[in-house]
Design a protein around this ligand. Structure first.
Ligand code: AMP
Ligand code: MG
Length: 428
């Protein structure tokens, strides 16, 4: 039987890199697909310099270089300069500063030619010219004179024309949406979300709106798997339930094979009605592996189907809900992530300290539900994991109490309180 890592490698080897699609950077309507949360499929460069000009970082006065060193003569305690113009943000200066002159300037406005620094308005005294011939004069104490370059942000400090601002593979958060807009982009290439179909099979299954009769259970897998696949980034279609009958399964499988990924649950173990592998083989799906050394999830089946240039990855998950979840997270999720441009992502594992002794039966690696609390000094800062009284792979109710699955490797059965283990946290 192959190991978890070997199985994952088979899945990744069979998964192609994602396709690029053009989407609006941000759509006005929140339900319309846009770039937020998607992964960039192109490198993005700037079409502008930012700032586009040397710019004032303060409200104040732009000064000539000659006037930064003090007044006339060594005794003078201040400078007094003639104000020749007022430059507000959004306008451009029309006058060149000469020695003895200053321009009133607002934050963000372009620095006039000839200016070397800006003094903030709070450090100045302005006197309007009552004659109206000039704007007035500004008086600045020598101690408050700025040094050369002070309060000026030079042109293109933050961005230059042609500079790469975002690289392919970047996840687009609100910050990147802003940056794309700053460099003039309204549309952008991102990786397409893979289309995923979910189906299940079993004569015992009824839809969640029905009360199960004798021998029946509700189909909880499809809603859970649809939700998992959607959260992983897929566009998901629920194909519903097939009876344990070849024709019925074949019908849903045929529809599933028109998607990038087909996820089935149930019917892959060794029971008399476990028809999935046979129907998939008849439909031309090539088996890559069946059975993984893993608990829960050993019956896991994986294959691929190719027709008309479309490749479908087919995951036959074991029917028990917790087995389905574990196998989805280990294998199907990796394929969805790769197709949506995230690359080869492994399950994010954290270290945690066991709060209590734990006895592990059997000789397979196990994923075991546990509650987790944040670490304190006593745990050396590590989160603390408490294995839950879990009743096995059909026990979804206990799984709902869990924050993580602890990974217990094969070969070690006895754990004591304080042992460090690896865990997969659901929320990460
Ligand atoms: P199977 O692999 O078909 O033998 O299924 C294994 C176990 O999982 C059986 O107890 C099934 O009843 C259960 N099971 C199969 N499919 C589902 C489903 N869609 N929802 C909930 N339980 C299921
Ligand atoms: Mg079944």
């Amino acid at each position: 039987m192959i190991s978890i890592n070997e199985a994952l490698q088979f899945v990744l080897d069979q998964t192609r890199a994602g396709r690029a699609v053009r989407v609006p950077v941000l759509s006005g309507q929140s339900e319309t697909p846009d770039a937020l949360g998607r992964i960039l499929a192109e490198d993005v460069t700037s079409d502008i310099d930012s700032p586009p000009h040397d710019k004032a970082m303060m409200d104040g006065f732009a000064l000539h270089g000659d006037n930064l060193t003090g007044g006339d003569g060594p005794s003078s305690s201040h400078v007094e300069l003639q104000v020749i113009e007022e430059v507000t943000a959004g306008t451009v200066p029309s006058k060149t500063l000469a020695s003895g002159k200053a321009s009133r300037i607002m934050t963000g406005a372009p620095i006039p030619a000839g200016a070397s620094a800006v003094v903030m308005v709070e450090r100045t005294e302005f006197q309007a010219d009552p004659s109206g011939e000039s704007l007035g004069t500004v008086r600045i104490s020598c101690a408050d004179l700025p040094s050369a370059g002070e309060n000026i942000l030079p042109k293109a400090t933050s961005l230059a024309v042609g500079q790469q601002v975002l690289s392919k593979g970047t996840t687009l958060r609100p910050i990147e949406i802003g940056l794309l807009s700053e460099v003039g982009r309204t549309g952008v290439d991102v990786f397409a979300r893979p289309s995923v179909a979910v189906m299940t099979s079993g004569d015992e299954l009824v839809t969640p709106d029905k009360k199960p009769g004798p021998g029946q259970i509700r189909n909880s897998n499809n809603p859970m798997l649809v939700a998992l696949a959607r959260r992983a980034g897929g566009i998901v279609k629920d194909l519903g339930i097939a009876r344990d009958e070849e024709g019925d399964i074949r019908r849903l499988v045929a529809e599933g094979l028109t998607h990038d990924i087909l996820i089935l649950s149930g019917g892959v173990s060794a029971g008399v009605l476990d028809l999935i592998p046979k129907v998939l083989a008849d439909a031309g799906v090539e088996q890559i592996f069946h059975k993984v050394n893993l608990k829960p999830g050993k019956p896991m089946w994986f294959g691929v189907h190719e027709s008309d240039g479309r490749k479908t990855l087919v995951f036959g998950l074991p029917g028990n809900p917790v087995s389905s979840l574990v196998c989805f997270e280990l294998f199907a999720r990796a394929a969805i992530e790769k197709l949506r441009g995230a690359g080869d992502v492994a399950l994010p594992m954290v270290h945690a300290r066991l709060s209590q002794a734990h006895q592990q039966r059997g000789d397979r690696p196990v994923y075991f539900p546990a509650a987790i609390t944040n670490g304190e000094a006593a745990s050396g800062g590590l989160p603390v994991a408490t294995p839950l009284p879990w009743q096995g792979s059909a026990d979804l109710a206990t799984l709902a109490q869990a924050d993580c699955l602890i990974y217990f490797p094969a070969g070690k059965n006895s754990y004591t309180a304080g042992d460090v283990v690896e865990a997969y946290r659901f929320d990460d």
